[in-house]
Ligand binder design. Structure first.
Ligand code: NAD
Length: 437
């Protein structure tokens, strides 16, 4: 791939479109608004708080990322989206119960102004939900046209220069690749024939790509992990990223597992259980939606620990993930890990991690970073899968024949080196012999 020769400036407004306006979306919108008002700090956001080292350690060049590369300003962001419930973002945020009343009140005028457009929804793909705020049309193709009209109307009404779409809708039932996904022609034929292998999230993604809107997939759904939509992204020159925001337990796993492996400590078992009581938890209570999440969560250790390369250490570990819907906890999830490891001479040891986390508090800054980085990617002329954004996902998208990179520290290095590469700065390898010549 050639280095971008120029980056178009981040001029004018940037529209953020989210299919799904539940806990994550409303926490993201409210947070951005509070930060804009100077009442909050963007904790958890690399684009807002992170720095990047340039050149040698002795040069002392460590600008903030947002000063180093031209990102859109928070003041230029405009919000919109779709949901199967007609609640405005203030009502949805109140129901989600993530933020306290003091935050909700301060962000209220903006939240109230964000009203969802009618959704493309089919209960066969999210069995636990029933909504009335839903588009009607004869075929999935017609629905895709209606979504494209929504996108263009939003663009014109809000006078936005650029758009990014982030799927923050519920997790859909588990789908596997089907022959109608293999190329764009088959996919479009299937849209017209209402084929069951085309899920609502794919219809949103198709509409976004057709309108040249970068797309990120925050859920573990198949969505853009299919050749047809990747072909469309290449054809329309649009960047893509996914999938499944890496927030609670999997974030911890990808911080911890690389550490065990780097010290050559063995693993015999990793049991992960979660209790959560939000709507996401309710949707995941359906075994077919849980299956989608389970596949996304299970791949992580296999790829980080490489059992084939280290059979004595990782050839035989038992990995189990459970998610239990437990309403009293709301959005405040408990992710509990029991890790059985072994060391010198095979002596066993145990590690327990109990992460009392807040799902949407961890997810909101990820949405912000993805929006800003995908917009940057589009302005820099990058298209298709953006592997450097793996940092944000449980199941990073990757090119054919490649394995996904799950190690958070490699992901971070890849992300920062990509930013250096885009700007024509020297890449940092951490070799460091030059300091001792
Ligand atoms: N919060 C996290 O930490 C986290 C981490 C990884 C992935 N995710 C995923 O992000 C998504 C959002 O999470 P959440 O906690 O906000 O869930 P949520 O249930 O609060 O919100 C999802 C919203 O999507 C709506 N929806 C469902 N199908 C839709 C459709 N076809 N079109 C438009 N709207 C639709 C629902 O009505 C709901 O309001 C879920 O898929 C979840 O699995 C969340």
């Amino acid at each position: 791939m050639r280095r971008p020769s120029k980056i178009a400036p981040a001029k004018g407004k940037l529209g953020v479109l989210t299919p799904g306006m539940g806990a994550v979306t409303t926490t993201f919108i409210a947070g951005v608004e509070l930060i804009r008002q100077g009442k909050a700090t963007p904790i958890g956001s690399l684009t807002q708080m992170g720095t990047i080292r340039l050149g040698k350690r002795t040069e002392n060049r460590i600008p903030q990322i947002k000063q180093f590369i031209p990102l859109a300003k928070l003041d230029d962001i405009v919000f919109g989206g779709w949901d199967i419930f007609s609640d405005n973002a203030y009502h949805a945020a109140t129901k989600a119960g993530v933020l306290g009343p003091e935050h909700l009140q301060q962000a209220r005028p903006l939240l109230r102004s964000v009203k969802p457009m009618k959704a493309v929804f089919d209960k066969n793909y999210v069995r636990k939900l029933d909504g009335t705020h839903v588009k009607k049309a004869k075929t999935k193709w017609d629905l895709a046209q209606k979504l494209q009209e929504d996108i263009e109307n939003f663009r014109a009404r809000n006078k936005v220069n650029r758009l990014v779409m982030v799927w923050c809708g519920s997790t859909e039932v588990h789908l596997t690749a089907n022959r109608v996904h293999r190329d764009l022609r088959s996919f479009e034929k299937a849209l017209k024939a209402n084929h069951e292998a085309i899920a609502p999230s794919m219809i949103y993604a198709y509409a976004a790509l057709q309108r040249r809107v970068p797309f990120a997939n925050g859920a573990p759904n198949l969505t853009v992990d299919i050749p047809a939509l990747q072909e469309l992204a290449q054809q329309k020159k649009v960047p893509l990223a996914g999938k499944d925001f890496k927030t609670g337990q999997t974030l911890i796993k990808t911080i911890f597992a690389p550490g065990l492996k780097s010290r050559m400590l063995g693993l015999s078992g990793w049991f992960s259980t979660n209790i959560l009581g939000n709507r996401d938890g309710e949707v995941l209570d359906d075994p077919s939606a849980f299956k989608t999440k389970e596949v996304s969560k299970l791949g992580v250790l296999e790829h980080i620990l490489q059992p084939k390369v280290y059979p004595e250490l990782y050839g035989n570990f038992y990995h189990k993930v459970r998610i239990n819907y437990y309403p009293p906890r709301g959005d405040n999830k408990e992710g509990w890990d029991n890790i059985d490891i072994f060391g010198w001479l095979g002596y066993p040891m145990q590690i327990k991690i109990d992460f009392l986390c807040r799902d949407s508090i961890l997810a909101a800054p990820i949405v912000l970073d993805l929006v800003l980085f995908l917009d940057l990617a589009q302005r820099a002329g990058l298209r298709g899968i953006q592997e450097w954004l793996s940092f944000y996902f449980k199941s990073p998208m990757h090119g054919p024949g490649l394995y996904p990179e799950h190690d958070l520290f490699i992901q971070q290095m890849k992300l920062k080196n990509t930013l250096r590469w885009i700007k024509g700065e020297r890449l940092i390898t951490h070799l460091g012999t030059e300091y001792y010549d």
